[in-house]
Design a protein around this ligand. Structure first.
Ligand code: PLP
Length: 431
């Protein structure tokens, strides 16, 4: 049905590469959303990227608003970061022993993220959230975790429950292979609805180890916290001696140098990080108060380890990225200006064309929901989005040279590499 979008560009090389990859990789990809299943058409095979532009293997160029799903806040192949990786690679790619680069990275993270006193490096956001939950369970001696419908925390068993538009029944796993026991320990509440969290604490209060939340969700599209919601989670978790985990894999280093917690002024007990933190290399991290973090092996009994954790190339790329962000507050001002203009311009275009839509934005992350609703405040609101309309927008944009996320429930990311002129081009081309 969705294959009705016939593109004007020549993408023959991508088409034959996908035919081949389907025989080699499940679904032809190494991560599901890359396959363009919800927008139709053939995924683009990328040859290279520089600044705000990506090129596919047929030689078409696109202004990129996916940013590798978040990491590339400074644009692609930023010179300082490429140099840092090259220099590190010449000294060997992995030793499995401590390095000065890990100290440097940890110092940067601790200085930037307000609630983090100690940090453990891992290799992905999934590892960060999975390990933070184990630590929260070890610290509190309790088993259950509260997550929010539509929030995604990676693919560990405990979090594949209402992790998007999947299974909707209470505590039903979103995926075969997730055990009923794992699902039973994951309770789900509604984002922006404190009463739904309170009800879970009333029923299971003494068993809840942690509440995990994307402080600003990006995985049901961008949804903004209502005033008092995050503060309410802080108060409820304190009262019931549960930990509050902010999953800042998307928001970390994006909404401010110290992430959503700095921007919104609510402090979690544990923070999970990923994406931007690795400068485009596979990195994750989790951190928090010393008394909690020191429970991790080898200083404490909660086990977590990794052959490539703190990898020298990843640390080189990540610290360079964080240094640039930390040293240049003007980057965040510029991102705000460009993103605000994009929001304003797209709103004008929606109005002009009589298209129903809601744009949610904070800083340089935003989502346009094609919905008749006046506001989108949670998962059920997000699900009213017209995915067919999004698919049309997505495919027409590709033909005009703009690369948005191949799913209606993702973020549009503005990067330091986008120019004001780029933003005007997208607005003018709106379809
Ligand atoms: N947490 C959030 C909020 C995410 O958006 C993601 C990935 O999109 C993850 C965790 C998982 O991170 P990774 O894909 O690096 O495992």
């Amino acid at each position: 049905e969705l294959d009705k979008y016939k593109h004007m560009r020549n993408t023959n090389k991508s088409i034959s590469a996908f035919k081949k990859s389907i025989e080699l990789l499940p679904g032809g990809v190494n991560s599901p959303v890359r396959a363009f299943k919800s927008v139709g058409g053939n995924p683009l095979f990328i040859d290279r990227a520089k600044g705000a532009t990506v090129w596919d293997i047929d030689g078409n160029s696109y202004l990129d608003f996916v940013a590798s799903w978040g990491p590339m806040i400074l644009g692609h192949a930023r010179e300082e970061i490429v140099e840092a990786i090259q220099k590190a690679a010449e000294k060997g790619t992995s030793y499995g022993a401590p390095t000065l680069a890990e100290n440097e990275m940890a110092e940067l993270i601790i200085s930037m993220v307000p609630s983090v006193e100690k940090v453990r490096m891992v290799n992905s956001g999934t590892e960060a959230t999975m390990s933070a939950l184990r630590l929260a369970r070890g610290f509190t001696g309790k088993d259950k975790v509260v997550k929010f419908a539509g929030c995604f925390h990676g693919h560990a068993d405990s979090f594949l429950i209402k992790a998007g538009s999947g299974a909707m029944t209470l505590s039903l796993p979103d995926s075969p292979g997730v055990t009923k026991a794992a699902a039973a320990d994951t309770l789900t509440a509604e984002y922006n609805d404190l009463a739904s969290v309170e009800a879970l604490f009333n029923e299971f209060g003494s068993e809840i180890a942690a509440v995990i939340v994307e402080p600003v969700p990006g995985n049901m599209g961008v949804v903004l916290p209502k005033p008092g919601f995050l503060e309410g989670l802080r108060e409820l978790t304190n009262r019931h001696k549960a930990l509050l985990i902010f999953d800042e894999v998307i928001t970390g280093f994006r909404l401010a140098p110290g992430g959503a917690q700095e921007r919104l002024g609510v402090m979690p007990d544990l923070t999970t990080m990923g994406k931007i933190i690795g400068g485009g290399l596979p990195v994750g991290a989790y951190g928090g108060r010393k008394e909690i973090m020191d429970l991790l092996a080898p200083s404490g009994p909660v086990y977590q380890a990794g052959t490539l954790s703190g990898n020298p190339l990843a640390m080189a790329a990540g610290s360079r990225m964080l240094q640039i962000l930390n040293d240049n507050p003007s980057i965040y001002k510029d991102l705000e200006r460009k993103a605000a203009r994009l929001e304003e311009g797209l709103n004008e275009q929606l109005k002009k064309s009589g298209t129903a839509g809601v744009i949610n934005r904070i800083g340089s992350m935003m989502t346009l929901f094609f919905t008749e609703l006046p506001e989108v405040n949670g998962f059920n609101d997000a699900m009213t989005s017209d995915t067919e309309r999004y698919a049309r927008h997505f495919n027409a944009s590709l033909d005009k040279g703009f690369y948005f996320a191949p799913s209606a429930f993702e973020c549009t990311f503005i990067s330091d590499a986008h120019t004001d002129d780029d933003i005007e081009k997208v607005i003018q081309a709106f379809i």
